[in-house]
Design a protein. Structure first.
Length: 278
């Protein structure tokens, strides 16, 4: 920003590949807190069970998947009780799907604010993904209860993988969310395609089935889906079953970071048109 003698404030984008002014982003850090807190209050305002919806949704999905795929479909679960197996997968998947769907629609849903005041637009999709961390934390407490019921004790070394897994999910959801949010501004068809895309993407991720049922000739394709390694690592690390594939985990972290960079770069290149197109 440069201030001219005639008291006109000129806002110029930061030069560079990402065009990030990190000092400016830090100055607006309180706005991130405002967006997150506002959305949490809106979500649970005038609800009977409030934050317990974060527990109710994955539990219901776990029961349904256990009946359909565990009992009726006889889906293998690598020796893990199917309710525990699928719930661990749902934890990370729900965070990813929530962050992706909310980040994708975040620009359109904040039209009035974007048209009236200036602030770094990237804050909006990032905040949308951070909101899902609240549900994730609450659901983790439920997971502890389920694990104790089935006599699984999480190890300290296994829990150390959790920040890395959250980072993979966060980078993936924000990167893809930024890209789709930019497209959604110009093509409103995107908001109708996102639920279908998330549903199809879930079946490409080993949430309800183990990686072991996939033939070795095709397992390399899972490297293009960072959520696959995140879900599989969560089961092995948190439950202490099997050995963590560190190579797949590092590949997933790299791919998720590439998705993040690609989405942010595209977002920054197109955000100048948001106010006009919305």
């Amino acid at each position: 920003m440069q201030k001219k003698p005639d008291n006109i404030l000129v806002i110029k984008p930061k030069k560079g590949l990402l065009q990030f002014d990190f000092k400016e982003l830090w100055q607006y850090r309180e706005l991130v807190y405002f967006f997150v807190w506002r959305e949490i209050k809106i979500r649970y305002k005038q609800t009977a069970i409030g934050i317990m919806w974060a527990v109710f949704q994955p539990l219901c999905a776990m029961v349904i998947f256990t009946i359909l795929f565990g009992k009726l479909g006889k889906m293998p679960s690598d020796g893990i009780p199917y309710p525990v197996f699928v719930y661990v997968g749902l934890l990370l998947w729900n965070y990813f799907s929530f962050g992706l769907s909310h980040a994708s629609n975040s620009i359109v849903t904040n039209t009035n604010m974007i048209q009236k005041i200036y602030f770094p637009r990237i804050i909006i999709p990032v905040s949308s993904s951070l909101i899902g961390l609240v549900d994730l934390v609450v659901s983790l407490f439920v997971l502890c209860g389920i694990m104790l019921f089935y006599h699984y004790i999480p190890t300290f070394s296994g829990l150390l993988y959790l920040p890395v897994l959250i980072m993979i999910v966060f980078f993936s959801s924000v990167g893809m969310g930024c890209f789709l949010a930019s497209l959604n501004v110009k093509y409103r068809d995107v908001q109708y395609a996102i639920p279908f895309f998330i549903q199809m993407f879930m079946f490409l991720t080993p949430v309800i089935y183990p990686v072991s049922i996939i033939k070795d000739n095709y397992k390399w394709l899972l490297n293009f889906n960072p959520m696959s390694a995140a879900v599989e690592t969560a089961r092995r690390a948190i439950l202490g079953v099997g050995v963590v594939d560190k190579e797949s985990l590092m590949i997933a972290l790299f791919v998720s970071f590439v998705l993040f960079l690609g989405g942010v770069i595209y977002f920054r290149k197109t955000e100048m048109y948001f106010a006009d197109l919305i």
